[in-house]
Design a binder for this molecule. Sequence first.
Ligand code: SF4
Ligand code: SF4
Length: 200
Amino acid sequence: MAVSESQVDELVPRQELKTLSPGKTKRTTFGIGLIKGLGITLRHMLTPAVTVQYPDESAPLPPRSRGIIALKEENCTVCMLCARECPDWCIYIEGHKEARESVGGKRAKKFNVLDRFAIDYALCMYCGICVEVCPYDALFWGQLDNYSEHDVTQLTHEMEQLNQWMYQVPPPEELEIGAMGPAVKPAAGPPAAGVEKEGA
Ligand code: SF4
Ligand code: SF4
């Protein structure tokens, strides 16, 4: 029975056919692979390591790394925007309203007072939406990469702890050249009394 080329391909891989062909076998010197391997090992031994022995050592984090979310408590107005926008629903906020006397004997105004602010890092996916949407600059990314716990419930960080993470927040980066835009001239004020316009 005649066998077509495609059937031969299925039965015997091309690579095997090549090695089976007379005159196509490759001669190798004994031990050359070992010498090559030792050469690679030696090269890597003499090259400085780019890795660190984590967790005993810690590599410096890039300035924009998303390590931990820090809360500047005094900036928070309990607007709930971050909790509403969080896709994982892992921000827990509680607050109450408090009336405070206004200056000059005017009617007392009501303010929101923050009672609880917590983030469950077991659920957080570090998307950064909460930091982006906060209209009062109360949330920041801090540089911390090791706050693992043996107990998952300990990964819910309460307000006091989130406040402490403010020490991990790096100073803001310098603005790029041209980021400020051209200088804006201050608007001209009304003419001083007694100064008449030219031609009046
Ligand atoms: S968005 Fe900002 S101000 Fe509003 S509750 Fe969240 S942290 Fe507080
Ligand atoms: S980083 Fe994303 S997932 Fe984590 S608390 Fe903020 S909004 Fe939620």
